[in-house]
Design a protein around this ligand. Structure first.
Ligand code: DX5
Ligand code: ZN
Length: 212
């Protein structure tokens, strides 16, 4: 399992947090973008995000919590992220948005909120590179892991296997040293406050890695 660290809720400001994540052996920096419409809060503008991550070294895993994700792709492609993931609930143009992401040579991910039927993903599973299962309501760090996410992971693993599909499975929200043990079959786990609210990011990442 790979570890993607979200800097959304941290002891430090975003720039400092990103610098500290760069010093660890985390596999990705998880970039949360919120528009104040799809989720209640807005965080960074596009120019701010481009500046914040201008000199990044680790691969980026971008998570768009925005309506109309297609309008952000061209600008974000400048960061050369590995993944751009958007929500199945956020647009009617899902295929077009996946194609727009892939046009820039970026892997496309589709995310799903805790109360959306997993079968909403079905038509797209053969064309996405990643599915991001939200294990909290998107919008804020530091929330409690929803146990129902474990069954959702198992269902998605079954769908993937039965249909011989190859997308990666990622989970985001409330992942810590207890909850990671419930979802050990994941390909990528996102962890935010568990890592970034600590005084040693690497120690917390080691804790997660030792439990997988
Ligand atoms: C939540 C964000 C997450 C969040 C994770 O809406 O998408 O990436 O930062 O933070 P923790 O690990 O604290 O739940
Ligand atoms: Zn996220």
């Amino acid at each position: 399992m790979k570890i993607s660290v979200s800097y959304l809720s941290s002891k430090y400001d975003a720039k400092t947090t990103i610098g500290l994540i760069e010093e660890t052996n985390a596999d990705y920096i998880h970039v949360d973008l919120m528009d104040g419409g799809f989720v209640p809060h807005k965080n960074f503008t596009i120019p701010e995000v481009l500046e914040l991550l201008e000199h990044h070294k680790k691969p980026l895993d971008i998570h768009l919590m925005v309506f109309d994700p297609i309008i952000y792709i061209e600008d974000l492609s400048k960061l050369k992220p590995e993944y751009i993931t958007f929500h199945v609930e956020a647009t009617k143009d899902i295929v077009k948005t996946i194609e727009e992401i892939k046009k820039y040579g970026i892997k496309a991910g589709l995310s799903i909120k805790p109360n959306t039927d997993l079968y909403e993903l079905m038509p797209y599973l053969s064309i996405v590179d990643l599915v991001l299962i939200m294990s909290v309501e998107p919008g804020a760090g530091g929330q409690e892991f929803l146990e129902s996410s474990v069954a959702r992971l198992h269902e998605l693993l079954k769908i993937r296997e039965e249909n011989h599909l190859a997308f990666q499975i990622e989970m985001d929200g409330g992942i810590n040293s207890k909850t990671i043990q419930l979802v050990s079959e994941l390909d990528i786990a996102v962890s935010g406050s568990f890592v970034c609210k600590s005084t040693s990011f690497q120690e917390k990442i080691d804790e997660l890695r030792n439990l997988m």
